[in-house]
Design a binder for this molecule. Structure first.
Ligand code: SF4
Ligand code: SF4
Length: 249
């Protein structure tokens, strides 16, 4: 290396350092060029559509397992049991965010949209187990046992209702039998009366009524003798010829 090249290197080093110090000085004194945030008190604004940590609203989740089947890296696991109302009940729902690559496929396929990306990105931990998010705090075995009890209670209730219904059927038949017995009793009481008086509507009854009316009221077209009139009270006049014949004898 000659002297000229050596001097050029020294000049270049001084110029480069001056350029760097000029930029540093500008960011140091100009507030518009401030880029440092006082993390964690300050944070960058998260852009829309950012795929951060996953969150599942387990009240909306239907345990359809679509997310589990879709995940390319198998970082979602869930357990579910069928409840008394025939719906699936989640016993556990876990996501390993240490394995997740935030592709968003599970969110896309979730039918009720209960699974969503959040804007969360901070999860410092010292063990991998801490990176598994448990969305159900209660123990899965306890949930399964509780659901099994509910299913058994529902089955017992349904059986009791069926037995009660089966018991109601003969009782209704008994009521009908009782009604029939009452009707028969009423018929037996009405029997003697029916023997005394011909039943209305029969020809004998009609004849009896007609004869009774005839005895009381004259037939239409004839006139009843007026026994209270003067002609009825007047003395009977015998014919003259008959009287004369009697005198001759
Ligand atoms: S974002 Fe992708 S990798 Fe992460 S859980 Fe969902 S499907 Fe799996
Ligand atoms: S796809 Fe959605 S509804 Fe189905 S199990 Fe996953 S989070 Fe639940």
């Amino acid at each position: 290396m000659g002297l000229k090249a050596y001097m050029n290197d020294i000049v270049e080093a001084v110029v480069t350092t001056a350029k760097g110090m000029r930029i540093t000085a500008r960011y140091g004194v100009d507030p518009r060029e401030e880029v440092t945030l006082q993390y964690p008190e300050e944070r960058w604004e998260i852009p829309e559509g950012y795929r951060g940590f996953l969150h599942n609203d387990i009240k909306t989740c239907t345990a359809c397992t679509m997310c589990v089947k879709t995940c390319p890296v198998d970082c979602i696991s869930l357990e579910s049991v069928r409840g008394a109302d025939k719906r699936m009940v989640l016993a556990s729902y876990d996501i390993n965010i240490g394995r997740c690559m935030y592709c968003g496929l599970c969110v896309e396929v979730c039918p009720p949209k209960s699974l969503k990306h959040t804007s969360g990105y901070e999860m410092a931990s010292v063990t991998r187990g801490e990176l598994i998010l448990h969305f159900i705090a209660e123990d899965a075995a306890e949930i399964k046992a509780r659901v099994a009890r509910q299913v058994a209670e529902a089955a017992a209730k349904a059986e009791a209702q069926a037995a009660a219904k089966a018991a109601e059927v003969p009782s209704s038949g008994t009521a009908e039998v009782a009604k029939a017995a009452e009707a028969a009793k009423a018929g037996a009481q009405a029997g003697p009366k029916a023997a005394e008086v011909p039943p209305s509507g029969t020809a004998e009854a009609a004849g009896a009524q007609a004869s009774a009316k005839t005895a009381e009221v004259p037939l239409s077209g004839t006139k009843a003798p007026d026994v209270s009139s003067e002609s009825a009270k007047a003395p009977v006049v015998e014919p003259k010829a008959a009287k004369e014949g009697e005198n001759k004898e």
